[in-house]
Design a protein around this ligand. Structure first.
Ligand SMILES: Cc1cc2nc3c(=O)[nH]c(=O)nc-3n(C[C@H](O)[C@H](O)[C@H](O)COP(=O)(O)OP(=O)(O)OC[C@H]3O[C@@H](n4cnc5c(N)ncnc54)[C@H](O)[C@@H]3O)c2cc1C
Length: 432
């Protein structure tokens, strides 16, 4: 059976699907949100070349949707898995969108008229979306979804505006979740990561100090399609910051939270510092770090360029406390200077960016139970055989991208191609 299920539609799942589909396999790509794309869709540019993230990702998303061998199951999750290699049965729950996707043209008339506003996940809460929405402008598929937790019509039968304005007749408030069974010979898990909720670490003041944001929020602020139209503005008063600081390893490499290194933060903080300086000439960026992990091709040169050409200040220190001056704009960062003289210094910045631990995506535990594969001690899918780095111990179940451990985009793509090749090898070679 030349059929595989890929779970997770970020860059890793997309690449694995395309590779398998190009080899003639039928692929069912299951993505829990209404669009494929994952975190790469939220990034402005990518290190170390600072290429536009969407310019690389978007063509791949479209190729996935248009590929004759790929069936997209967006807004869907795996409900159960039975059987063994080479014949798994995967039950997929396609959640009700309350929209007939065969009729929706993605015109947006319904969005314009919807009266309900809620925080927008894609914009990391920095903007609002409507209860009927497209997750982001380049979403694939370009079909709207009604958020049943906030739609007045779904909750209390009081509204119906979107149905009135939809000329395609696509709105269907009675739509129900649907279960679909797919038989497949291999399953590739590519469900990625999420940011640790660092508001629980009160010393960093996230959620209390207005000008403390996360690194992913800064990606959206820097993005031309983001909530500030690409203008670098701090949340408290929408002014352009002149002094910007980053704190690395917030929750990672910390025995109280997550002991492991999240792997991409040294480089993306360097990237975001360079981009911020390009947006705001004269801006002074400071990165508080534990030690610099610039291990990839061209990474050390990237850091040197940030220092020399963009004046990025790297301070080796783990700040102890962050406060807001009188609850207003800006932040006060307390840290200890390096060396024997180690003094305690409090420095004022206009805005502070936290680089939180990147942890396995929500639901990894349930998914691992359904697939009967183990998680490692940090909660990532265990791929213990170093000679077969994308294999789980269960034959026919493979993992790639961030869900198998912290990893950047180029390495996620290589791993995804490896997982696709391994799936093809297993299926065509009868399990060898
Ligand atoms: C602030 C920031 C900046 C970064 N900048 C860079 C950079 O410049 N360059 C670089 O190389 N890397 C960068 N990275 C790292 C990069 O984002 C990751 O390497 C990459 O996104 C990993 O891709 P992935 O497909 O494995 O995971 P993800 O991008 O997380 O995609 C996983 C997908 O799976 C879906 N999913 C999750 N659970 C389920 C489930 N149970 N069922 C179905 N679907 C599910 C998710 O909705 C998502 O679409 C950055 C990371 C951060 C946080």
């Amino acid at each position: 059976m030349k059929r595989a299920v890929v779970i997770g539609g970020g860059i890793a799942g997309i690449q694995a699907s395309l590779d398998l589909a190009d080899r003639g396999f039928e692929v069912h790509l299951v993505e829990k949100s209404p669009s494929i794309g994952g975190h790469m869709a939220q990034l402005d540019k990518t290190f170390p070349t600072n290429d536009c993230s969407m310019c690389i990702l978007s063509p791949k998303m479209i190729m996935c949707a248009d590929h004759a061998n790929i069936k997209l199951h967006t807004y869907s999750e795996v409900e159960g898995v039975s059987g063994d290699f080479p014949k798994f049965k995967v039950t997929i729950k396609e959640k009700a969108r309350y929209v007939d996707v065969t009729k929706c043209t993605g015109c947006g008339d319904c969005i314009a008229k919807c009266p309900v506003k809620v925080p927008w996940e894609f914009e990391e809460g920095l903007a609002q979306r409507k209860a009927i929405y497209l997750p982001f402008p380049q979403a694939v598929p370009r079909k709207v979804t009604i958020d049943g937790d906030h739609c007045r019509m779904i909750l209390s039968k009081k509204c119906g505006v979107c149905k009135k304005v939809c000329q395609a007749g696509a709105i269907d408030y009675d739509q129900k979740d649907k279960l679909v069974d797919v038989e497949a010979s291999a399953i590739i898990v590519a469900t990625g990561f999420e940011l640790m909720d660092t508001s629980v670490m009160s010393q960093y003041c996230l959620g209390v100090c207005k000008d403390v944001v996360t690194s992913l929020q800064l990606e959206r602020i820097l993005s031309a399609s983001g909530p500030t139209g690409g203008h670098l503005a701090r949340p408290s008063d929408h002014q352009e910051p002149k002094k910007l600081a980053f704190i690395q390893c917030v929750g990672s490499r910390d025995s109280h939270t997550h002991g492991y290194c999240s792997s991409v933060c040294c480089m993306y903080a360097t990237k975001e510092s360079i981009l911020a300086r390009e947006h705001a000439p004269g801006l002074e960026a400071t990165i508080f770090y534990m030690d610099m992990r610039a291990t990839g091709k061209g990474f050390q040169e990237f850091v040197s360029r940030a220092r020399q050409n963009y004046g990025v200040r790297y301070i080796r220190s783990r700040p102890a406390k962050v406060q807001s001056p009188d609850g207003g704009s800006g932040v006060l960062v307390n840290y200890e200077t390096r060396g024997l003289s180690g003094e305690s210094v409090t420095e004022e910045f206009d805005m502070l960016v936290l680089c939180p631990a990147l942890i396995p995506s929500k639901g990894a535990k349930d998914l691992s139970k359904a697939l009967r594969v183990d998680l490692d001690e940090d909660g990532f899918i265990d791929t213990p055989d170093l000679a077969r780095p994308v294999d789980t111990p269960r034959k026919g179940i493979l993992a790639c991208g961030f869900i198998s451990g912290p990893i950047d985009i180029p390495d996620s793509v290589s791993q995804a191609s490896a997982a696709a090749a391994r799936a093809a090898e297993l299926i065509e070679g009868g399990g060898k």
